[in-house]
Design a binder for this molecule. Structure first.
Ligand SMILES: [Mg+2]
Length: 255
């Protein structure tokens, strides 16, 4: 199929564990660059992390940070009207802890060694991971999920999500809001091919002209994601190798 733009999640989709770009993904991005197709990451990573990655990808310089809080384009950054600055969110986190009756630990308060153990990041990449403008990652005690989710229903203008071991508190935006910002700013043009591996990718994948789900390393697609994006294709392998193979197949259709 003709692809105007590739919208992609990063962790567990394009990148290997530890945030590394593998050889197959690198080759596929290079092929897309030759075809003039930008690769646009839609990530929960920070703007600092996104900008470092965009420089490495060299594939159009367009992307979205912090789960749709904003976008970066060659002509500047645009912040979503739904994004809430992190300093206002820390008050909301205290409110959430009180109302759920559980202690909550912001990622910024954790020792660097603990963050590295959870994320697999090298030490030099931890400060960029913590430089959040519009969200607060935090840890909650084992089993606190139901109390947290119940307490979060009483918070207005804030959204609670879970990504791996970290919980996140942010404004009420998701990666799907980035698609609207990209289209409105003229930074990305359809048809969109979209690739993701987790339930927080479902919103943007549903807006794509072709959606591809990446299986998890342990095998099989996340069941909540598969249910939320019916009719999506499934990549033949996890992470960058599957990403590259799925794009090869899409590009080969009606060539
Ligand atoms: Mg992911």
């Amino acid at each position: 199929m003709r692809i105007g733009c590739v919208l992609t999640d990063l962790d567990g989709t394009l990148l290997e564990h530890g945030g590394v770009l593998g050889a197959e993904a690198r080759a596929a991005i290079s092929r897309l660059r030759g075809l003039g197709v930008p690769v646009v990451p839609l990530t929960s990573k920070t703007e600092t992390e996104l900008r470092a990655l965009l420089a490495e990808l060299d594939s159009g310089g367009i992307g979205s940070f912090e789960n749709g809080a904003g976008i970066v384009t060659p002509s500047g950054a645009v912040v979503s009207e739904k994004a809430v600055p992190a300093d206002r969110l820390s008050d909301r986190l205290d409110e959430l802890a009180r109302s759920a009756g559980v202690p909550l630990t912001p990622a910024a308060a954790l020792p660097v060694a603990e963050i590295r153990r959870i994320t697999g990041l090298p030490e030099e990449k931890v400060p960029a991971m913590l430089a959040r403008g519009f969200g607060l990652p935090f840890l909650a005690p084992e089993g606190a999920g139901p109390a947290l989710e119940a307490a979060a229903r009483g918070l207005s203008g804030a959204r609670l999500t879970r990504g791996g071991q970290f919980w996140h508190l942010s404004g009420e935006h998701g990666k799907e809001d980035a698609v609207e910002l990209l289209v409105r700013s003229g930074a990305a043009a359809r048809p969109f091919a979209g690739l993701g591996d987790a339930p927080n990718d479902a919103g943007f994948l549903a807006l794509c002209d072709a959606a591809v789900l990446l299986p998890r390393a342990a095998g099989g697609v996340d069941p909540a994601l598969a249910a939320a994006v019916p009719g999506a294709r499934v990549a033949p392998f996890p992470t960058g190798r599957g990403w590259a193979a799925a794009l090869d197949r899409l590009l080969a259709e009606d060539e």
